[in-house]
Ligand binder design. Structure first.
Ligand SMILES: [Zn+2]
Length: 267
């Protein structure tokens, strides 16, 4: 099964002891591409480092709502120009933990959404208990390409996201008995969803309590297949094609590394 892991944090200290061997294992077990997601200044650099080391790992730049108080636009602008940075993220709002004040979260999210348009990059959205506010900010900033990572809304909100032209991404929490996302899985069209593990967080059932890794991505795929009534292979292929298109992965990464892409609008 050819898989595209669209959201993970392999630069996390939990992987310090076996990072390289785990990455090799991922690439030899069907994972073809990995988006390693940054969430502050430190991870923007560590994630890019990982992406520069591995041809099929790509990175992002952005300040998570928890880190919104540290937002530095210059870091985002600088790294958004990097060839292996394919998205602005993860950015958004988190009204569940509120580690940064509301007003700061909103302002920093809007600023980064604005930069995504300026640098012509898709957005990876972290939305925790802030569905409508996230939606409004993305709409205000005229965002065309966004993915709601680890989608947690209901079908009404999912339909709103789809109507806006955005993507929905599913993580291991869809396998939890207390999470009810089957309706959303059924609703989302075959060309509008992606899969992710968000590792080391959110290990799918039956691995809860363990360190998560991209190796568990098939469990997310299998759950979607079961709910949608199609084969895991089809789910893998569809989510792969969707991610490949969404993140604008160059057809030949080797070649692309030598020819700086011209689609980014840079001043
Ligand atoms: Zn994440």
């Amino acid at each position: 099964m050819k898989l595209f892991e669209t959201h993970c944090h392999l630069d996390h200290p939990d992987f310090d002891s076996d990072r390289e061997s785990l990455i090799n294992k991922c690439f030899s077990s069907g994972i073809e591409y990995i988006i390693n997601v940054a969430f502050n200044k430190e991870t923007a650099f560590s994630s890019l480092g990982l992406a520069k080391k591995h041809l099929h790992i790509f990175s992002t730049v952005g300040y998570h709502p928890h880190d919104a108080i540290d937002f530095d636009a210059e870091i985002v602008k600088k790294l958004a120009r990097e060839k292996k940075v394919v998205a602005i993220g993860e950015i958004g709002l988190d009204f569940f933990r509120n580690l940064s004040p509301f007003t700061v979260q909103r302002e920093v999210f809007a600023n980064q959404a604005h930069l995504a348009v300026e640098y012509d990059l898709p957005v990876i959205v972290h939305d925790r208990d802030a569905h409508q506010e996230c939606y409004n900010i993305l709409k205000n900033e005229n965002i065309k390409e966004a993915v709601f990572h680890c989608f947690s809304g209901d079908i009404i909100f999912a339909q709103q996201v789809l109507d806006a032209g955005w993507m929905i991404s599913f993580t291991g929490n869809i396998t939890y008995a207390n999470i009810h996302l089957d309706d959303v899985i059924r609703l989302v069209p075959l060309d509008r969803f992606m899969v992710e593990t968000d590792c080391p967080y959110l290990p799918p059932h039956p691995h809860r309590g363990e360190r998560n890794s991209p190796l568990y991505l098939p469990l997310v795929v299998e759950k979607i297949a079961e709910v949608k009534g199609i084969s895991p292979k089809e789910v893998a292929e569809l989510s792969f094609a969707n991610a490949y298109r969404f993140f604008r992965i160059p057809p030949d990464p080797v070649k692309a590394l030598h020819h700086k892409s011209s689609h980014k609008k840079v001043n």
